[in-house]
Design a binder for this molecule. Structure first.
Ligand code: FES
Length: 161
């Protein structure tokens, strides 16, 4: 028998049902089984960043960016996963990164926005005192086709020193 597959999503423990193959990609599990549609996808090969979530792979460990199109639920056992809905939302209030992206017009069609925010969240977790240059260099992980990158960079500027 297959071992029980468990992980946390936005603070809540999930047991992956035996009806779900462990090969299902995390992005599809989040969207289709947990109905968390804030996580998007496009390329499904790690190139666009639309699917980025953050995860802590050891209890109490730092959250790091994860391309959810590249990991199967089978690899997520024991992880603590955070999606855009868990970072901030209308009911509980928005995270400063979400507010800043909106205020700086860094979102147009909005499709890439959660990926950018979660990538930046992961980056800030790994590097509390990032310089602007380091933030800029971390920009390689995500694509935007509407606004250009200037407003997005502008939105994240205040989180660097
Ligand atoms: Fe493009 Fe995952 S869908 S990086």
């Amino acid at each position: 028998a297959m071992d029980v597959l468990k992980f946390k999503v936005n603070g809540k423990e999930h047991t992956v049902g035996s009806n779900v193959s462990s090969d299902v990609m995390l992005v599809d599990y989040l969207r289709n089984y947990l109905n968390l549609r804030g996580t998007k996808y496009m390329c499904r090969e790690g190139g666009c960043g639309a699917c980025i979530v953050t995860a802590s792979k050891t209890a109490g460990g730092p959250f790091v960016s994860v391309n959810s199109c590249l990991v199967s639920v089978g690899s997520c056992h024991g992880w603590e996963i955070k999606t855009i809905e868990g970072l901030g939302n209308r009911k509980d209030g928005y995270h400063p990164l979400q507010k800043s992206l909106a205020e700086n017009n860094g979102t147009q069609c909005g499709y890439c926005s959660s990926g950018w925010i979660m990538a930046m969240h992961g980056f800030m977790e790994s590097k509390k005192e990032a310089t602007m240059m380091e933030v800029q260099n971390a920009f390689g992980s995500n694509l935007c086709r509407c606004t250009g990158y200037r407003p997005i960079l502008e939105a994240f500027k205040k989180f660097a020193k």
